[in-house]
Design a protein around this ligand. Structure first.
Ligand code: ZN
Ligand code: ZN
Length: 303
């Protein structure tokens, strides 16, 4: 298999565009696609300070690598959720990565911030999927930490596959309101307490993140969380991979269709009331007490 551009040995077959690329041409192509995504969606300006949420997996480390390579002012933020045998395994990859590349790194622990780990949450409330606690706590940790560090944007490693899964999950469940909130720059509120979230890799297929990490010497650990049990998402993922296999370009097709529908979806949103500040912690919320404080109370009562 030869590179379609330079006839070196190809390392990847990109069937959706009928091209095979060598490691050099692939890296270039990939980098330019991320750049285009950032520019087209107005994700970043040169004045931005970018907090990058990193886990030690390929998607987040590739995000950090590419943004640093583009000379953005980055600060890595890693949330230690307190999941033994999992996060303690991936954090060393984050530390090594940031040390080698002289990137400032801030690690925040659920244990320190909330006095509770996800392992604790799991034990105290076994009926509820640990992911719902984990997601709410992580979002709060990332937003608050980014804000405290003076970051003006918060980048996450969501890739094309993640985006398409969420779009379809919301679509299949009829969650139109939620669909309007999954765009390239997530969150609609403009408020000084809220750091806007961006997804530089949202049109990068997961498979290509693997190859990009490999050819650029990015070491990562993508072990699966022991609590991950989302069967619905898994079904959608398998279904999408089958469709992509049969009909290359399906994932990009869905993302493009979604992006074109997004302004219509957003204009149809029911009035979004101005966000309130949580009575307990002062973070933004749509009700009197934020989701995180509500969850913490449940867990404290179950202790
Ligand atoms: Zn080439
Ligand atoms: Zn609160």
């Amino acid at each position: 298999m030869k590179c379609s551009k330079c006839s070196n040995r190809a390392v990847i077959d990109m069937r959706y565009m009928q091209k095979q690329l060598c490691s050099y041409c692939f890296s270039r192509y990939y980098w330019q696609r991320v750049k285009r995504n950032i520019v087209r969606n107005n994700m970043l300006s040169r004045h931005d300070k970018v907090g990058v949420g990193v886990s030690g997996g390929k998607d987040s480390l590739v995000t950090l690598y590419v943004l640093k390579d583009m000379h953005y002012d980055v600060n890595a933020i890693c949330v230690d959720e307190g999941i033994s045998g999992y996060r303690d395994k991936t954090i060393p990859y984050v530390e090594r990565f940031c040390e080698q590349r002289e990137i400032p790194l801030t690690i925040v622990r659920n244990k320190d911030q909330y006095g509770i780990t996800i392992d604790d949450a799991r034990k105290r409330d076994p009926a509820k999927p640990a992911c719902s606690y984990c997601g709410v706590f992580r979002r709060e940790q990332l937003n608050r930490t980014a804000r405290e560090l003076g970051m003006t944007k918060l980048a996450t490693g969501h890739n094309l596959d993640d985006e398409v899964q969420v779009i379809l999950m919301n679509f299949f469940r009829g969650e139109v309101q939620r669909m309007a909130r999954t765009g390239p720059v997530a969150g609609l509120v403009e408020n000084e307490l809220f750091v806007p979230r961006i997804k530089p890799l949202r049109d990068s297929p997961e498979k290509e993140n693997v190859v990009y990490a490999l050819v650029n010497g990015i070491e990562y650990d993508d072990i699966e969380c022991p609590y991950s049990t989302d069967a619905f998402r898994r079904d959608i993922r398998n279904f999408m991979n089958q469709m992509e296999e049969k009909r290359p370009g399906t994932k990009f097709g869905i993302l493009n269709a979604y992006d074109r529908m997004l302004p219509i979806l957003q204009s149809g949103l029911e009035n979004i009331s101005a966000p309130l500040q949580c009575e307990k912690c002062g973070e933004l919320t749509s009700s009197l007490v934020c989701k995180k404080c509500e969850m913490l109370q449940v867990l404290q009562e179950a202790a």
